[in-house]
Each structure stands twice: as C-alpha cells, then as structure tokens.
Write a protein that binds this ligand. Structure first.
Ligand SMILES: Nc1ncnc2c1ncn2[C@@H]1O[C@H](COP(=O)(O)OP(=O)(O)OP(=O)(O)O)[C@@H](O)[C@H]1O
Length: 207
C-alpha cells in the first residue's frame, strides 16, 4: 500500500538542456484538490506530464499510487487526464463521443444524458464537436474526463475557454469528485479554482 496518492521528491526536469523543474517536492493525499499555480513557463504542464508518466524525470522520484507512473492500460484505468484538446472523431456527434467513452468504461460516474445536462451540452448534443464553440468543446472534454470512473484527475488548465459561471460550476464538480474520494491535481491560472484548492507552485514556493 501507499501513504499518499502522489509523492514527488527532488524532481528535476531538463528540457532542451534547460532546467524546467528544480528539486520539486510534493505530496498529495487521497481526496485532496491541488492547484498548481505559477506564471507562464514555470513548469506546471511539465509537472502534470511527469505525474501522468508522459515526461521522465531528469533527476528525482515521482510516485503515483506508490509506484513510478507508467503510460500503460492499468495506470490509465485509474487516471483521467485533461490536457490539450483531443482529436475528435469525424462523423461522431457530441453525444456519440460521450457514448464512446461510456462503451469503453461500462461503470461510468454518470449517464451520457446526465453528462450532457451537467456540462450544458444538451442543445448541442447532435452537433459535431468541431461545430461547437471553444468553451462548449472544453465542456465536452471535461464531460468525457468526469463521465468515466477514475481515482486521480489530472487537469491542465481546465478553465480554458469557460465562462465565469461555468468555472464556478466546475469547482463544484471537482469538490463532488473529491468528496467521492477522488484526488485532483490541476494546473490553473484561474484564481477562483485555485482558491478552492491547496495551492502549490512548480518552483516549490507555495503561495
Ligand atoms: N519540448 C520542450 N523543449 C524545450 N523546452 C520546453 C519544451 N516544452 C516546454 N519547454 C519549456 O519548459 C518551460 C515550462 O513549460 P510548461 O509548459 O511546463 O510551463 P507552464 O507553467 O505549464 O506554462 P503555461 O502557463 O504557459 O501553460 C517553458 O520555459 C517552456 O518553454
């Protein structure tokens, strides 16, 4: 067993010969919501990629569920990642993208119809994602991440494109996820989202 969902020690990452993260330490317990905050280029996305097993450490240790994260099936059954906009399937509607997610994960956290309601996509359910607005597409990405079961949610700027009202709604949805025992780590520039989370900095200096 493991004491923390995430434990990072002395994490250093160099990209293109430049240090991006330097000796970072971070411990996250189950049920916590952590906001990684800092200016552009401070290494927030790099930290998330390390936690997702997508970026190797140059030095130091990253453990997720007690083990170094690996980009494989068993890991991704427990971890949902919201990063850059995903590739949308041509010919499939918004609803069908969610149905696809539900087909792969038979025990979803909510039904497709509920997800369309929660993420305010009912009126656009039959539209192709590329015909949605930027914010609607972000809500679809979030719906897909929160529809499927997971124990750790890694979100890179989940507020991207969302209006103020939905940002508040998103904070409520993340609280509900954590109340179920899930853990959230998000990189964010949104002060409202960060204020409702434990704020950490990729430079190691906590706000
Ligand atoms: N593939 C790469 N090769 C070299 N340098 C990179 C690479 N990817 C990112 N960087 C650099 O690493 C630093 C950290 O980038 P990162 O994307 O983690 O920052 P961030 O805090 O998420 O920024 P933002 O707030 O703009 O999203 C930046 O200076 C960036 O230019």
């Amino acid at each position: 067993m493991y004491d923390s969902i995430i434990s990072v020690a002395e994490l250093t990452v160099e990209l293109g010969g430049n240090p991006v993260l330097r000796g970072l330490g971070l411990t996250v317990a189950a049920g916590e919501i952590v906001a990684v905050v800092g200016p552009n280029g401070s290494g927030k996305s790099t930290l998330l990629r390390c936690l997702a097993g997508l970026q190797p450490a140059t030095f130091g240790e990253v453990r997720v569920f007690g083990e170094p994260p690996v980009d494989d099936g068993p890991f991704w059954r427990r971890v949902a990642l919201l990063g850059d906009e995903p590739a949308w399937y041509p010919g499939l509607t918004t609803r069908e993208h969610l149905e696809l997610m539900a087909a792969v994960h038979p025990r979803t956290r909510m039904t497709v119809e509920a997800a369309l309601e929660v993420f305010a996509l009912v009126e656009r359910a039959d539209a192709a994602p590329l015909n949605l607005s930027t914010g609607q597409r972000q809500r679809l990405s979030l719906a897909a991440a929160l529809l499927r079961p997971s124990t750790l949610l890694l979100l890179d700027e989940p507020e991207r494109g969302l209006d103020a009202a939905f940002r508040g709604r998103l904070a409520d949805l993340l609280d509900a996820y954590a109340d179920e025992g899930g853990t959230v780590v998000m990189a964010t520039h949104d002060q409202g989202l960060a204020a409702r989370a434990r704020e950490v900095s990729p430079t190691g200096v906590t706000a």
